[in-house]
Design a protein around this ligand. Structure first.
Ligand SMILES: Nc1ncnc2c1ncn2[C@@H]1O[C@H](COP(=O)(O)OP(=O)(O)OP(=O)(O)O)[C@@H](O)[C@H]1O
Length: 447
């Protein structure tokens, strides 16, 4: 009896699998080609016998531990962006069959003959489908990676040993650590809608270097979210300037500018063209959280609406120009910039800062336009709703990353040994959190 049930289950599954396969349902290569066709990713060309439709051509398919990579040649006239824009259609299309059945030979082999077999088969039929994840890249060929397993959705930052000016941002699909190397990509722009993980990323970078480069880092901090994120670092010995209101910003930027002038004068006199060539270990990090708060256009608009005095606009215009100036000149002389914004629109990011930010970390954004402003391509608008999940762009490569979560206790641990002027010491991040949760009262200092 048992044998009959098992054998009919096995043969039934194999026959079903064969049926699905014959119908092209389990064949992702054929499915991808069908999805591309149905999404209009074809071109019409004039042939000898009239117009012909050119489609993607499967060049290679390779099974890997993590899934399968399909390499396609794309027809002339289509771009990588045309495919990237259809990432949702591709992902949903590939997962289509999963909503029907998700039983593989592995599951059938795992049946335990000594236990209740009909129950096990019932369980298999009810098995929740795992969603396949997809990743596109282009290097002359379109590479579509279809992953068997979902990405990690939560990882904590752990103190790591000194590794130059590299900071571990997070982990990619294959579990590899993704680094931002500030001696290769000097500036990083962090963007995304509310709650995506920008402040966490800014804290991750700042705290990481307090752990690993306490003697070599200098900090110029501008936190226009009323000091909520960078305030706790204000009294660290590495801080050369701190601002949490627009009117305090010019003084901080002046200090950064003076640093550039002094460093360039000194090194040029010695015949060097940059700090790396001169073997200088020190780096000055200008960290700006909510750079859009300095946008003179925004301010001008708001003021005009309210009919207010334009002095604030003047300050912002001044700061905007200074940031552009620093972004143009600072790279060679040891300045590194981390800027974060919730408003990824052209007017909210200084032109030269954006142009020179060769690292871009983009958390979910509202629409494709915002994604294009940050990454130059669509994609960030369709990131899954997972805290800390973003797209990291370095040069032309874009990688999906699960950024490391840095806990408030870890931030406090980075700050504590570096605090000076203890009488003015700020509340720790953990204190602020406790007060927000209502378990403590907190009196904020007047800045
Ligand atoms: N890498 C991460 N892993 C897990 N959770 C995270 C991660 N980054 C952020 N979070 C969670 O998301 C919340 C919001 O993060 P964060 O404050 O960094 O977002 P934000 O983009 O700066 O938002 P806002 O623009 O409102 O300041 C955090 O309180 C935390 O709970």
């Amino acid at each position: 009896m048992i044998f009959e049930i098992v054998s009919s289950a096995v043969f039934g599954s194999v026959a079903g699998y064969g049926y699905l396969k014959n119908n092209g349902i389990t064949n992702d290569a054929a499915k991808l080609q069908r999805i591309f066709r149905n999404c209009g990713l074809t071109v019409k060309e004039q042939g000898k016998e009239g117009k012909v439709t050119k489609e993607v051509h499967l060049y290679r398919k390779k099974k890997e531990d993590w899934g399968t990579e399909y390499v396609f040649r794309i027809p002339l006239g289509l771009s990588f962006n045309d495919f990237q824009n259809k990432i949702d259609n591709i992902r949903d299309g590939l997962n289509n069959k999963k909503k029907v059945l998700d039983i593989g030979l592995k599951d059938i082999k795992a049946i335990d003959f000594k236990k209740d077999i009909p129950k096990q088969i019932k369980g298999l039929l009810k098995k929740k489908p795992t969603q396949k994840e997809v990743d596109l890249s282009y290097d002359g060929m379109l590479r579509v990676k279809v992953y068997n397993k979902a990405m990690e959705s939560y990882l904590e930052y752990e103190e790591v040993k000194r590794n130059g000016w590299k900071v571990p941002i997070g982990v990619d699909r294959l579990g590899r650590i993704v680094y931002q190397d500030f001696d290769a990509e000097y500036y990083v722009l962090v963007a995304g809608s509310v709650g995506g993980g920008k402040s966490n990323a800014v804290n991750l970078i700042t705290s990481h270097f307090l752990f690993t480069q306490p003697e070599n880092i200098k900090l110029a901090l501008i936190d226009l979210k009323m000091g909520m994120e960078l305030g706790p670092y204000e009294n660290c010995k590495q801080v050369i300037g701190y601002a949490e209101h627009p009117e305090q910003v010019p003084a901080v930027l002046d200090k950064v500018e003076s640093y550039i002038m002094a460093m360039s004068k000194r090194l040029k006199a010695q015949g060097y063209r940059n700090v790396i060539e001169a073997g200088i270990k020190e780096r000055l990090f200008l960290i700006i959280d909510e750079i859009a708060e300095l946008s003179p256009d925004e301010e001008a608009e708001k003021k005009a609406k309210k009919g207010e005095d334009p002095t604030a606009k003047d300050i912002k215009e001044f700061a905007w120009n200074k940031i552009n100036h620093i972004a143009r000149l600072g790279r060679a002389w040891g300045v590194r910039i981390v800027s974060a914004t919730q408003h990824p629109i052209q007017e909210c990011i200084p032109k030269y800062l954006k142009r020179n930010s060769d690292g871009r970390l983009c958390f979910p954004v509202e629409d494709e336009v915002a994604s294009r402003v940050v990454l130059g391509t669509a994609g960030a608008e369709s990131l899954p709703d997972i805290s800390g999940r973003g797209l990291y762009k370095k040069g032309a490569n874009i990688t999906e990353v699960q950024t490391f979560r840095i806990l408030n206790e870890t931030i406090d641990r980075a700050i504590k040994p570096n605090l000076v002027r203890k009488e003015k010491a700020r509340h720790s991040v953990a204190d602020i959190q406790r007060a927000e949760r209502g378990t403590d009262t907190l009196v904020f200092e007047e800045a």
